[in-house]
Design a protein around this ligand. Sequence first.
Ligand code: NAD
Length: 265
Amino acid sequence: MAAGGGGRAERGGAGVGGGPVAVVTGGASGIGRAVVGDLAAHGYRVVVLDRGVPEEPAGDRVRWVAGDVRDPEANEAVVKAALSRFGRLDLFVGNAGVHDGGVGVRDLDGAALSELAGRVLDINVVGYVLGARAAAGPLTESGGAMVFTLSDASFLVRGNGAGIAYAAAKHAALGVVRHLAADLAPSVRVNAVAPGGVVTGLRTADGRPVFADSGEIGVRVREFNPLGVLLSAERIAPLYRFLASPAAAGMTGEVLRPDGGLGVR
Ligand code: NAD
């Protein structure tokens, strides 16, 4: 990352041809980065909002805006960048998120729990709300779509490593998706992808890596789901493009769950 979380800076390719235009939050790493790569490989031009701008941008179809999803102006800036550089907006992907490290209600004193829960909810929920607010107008004009990253923690509360703040945030994000779907119909379709465990750079709200030992996590994820799978971010990414496509024209307020069958566990 070249730029820090403070200011906002733009970088990346200008002047590429046509095609639909997407904004992706948290597109510098993990699932978001795979979604950016998949969209760019299938004709989209993409503008990413993340805390920093990578040293190696992902090709000339991708532009970068450095900023924090908790900042309303950063969300407005990334949508503005899409409109000014590419002239339209067809898809908003809300994806930036942090974990809580599996902290339970008895694990921290009140002040520390308040700080952790506040940060996780601000980034994972308020960040989605602010992104949706910034994108709603242009997407209404284009008849576009929103897709948000939820989690198995939007449905399950035990065994997936989520603590109370992450479970609360991902359940709340499901509410955000369903509210937006009702509120923005019929102009904008709003759906979600809720992965199970995916080995990524996911960090806790205070910056610790969640998957420090990726081998051990991989075994745990496979043992936990009925299909015995560990999906990569690249395997999940095309689902976002599907939800934005005409093939999903009749879907809103829905959640695709690439989690190895946790719903029937
Ligand atoms: P990741 O850390 O690899 O990617 C998250 C990205 O979000 C990073 O680039 C990070 O810089 C960015 N980000 C975090 N906070 C931000 C902020 N305040 N402002 C701007 N950008 C910010 O992690 P990931 O696993 O790819 O996570 C992406 C999404 O997937 C998250 O919403 C996460 O909760 C969700 N998810 C992850 C898993 C998993 O097992 N990895 C499973 C289900 C859902």
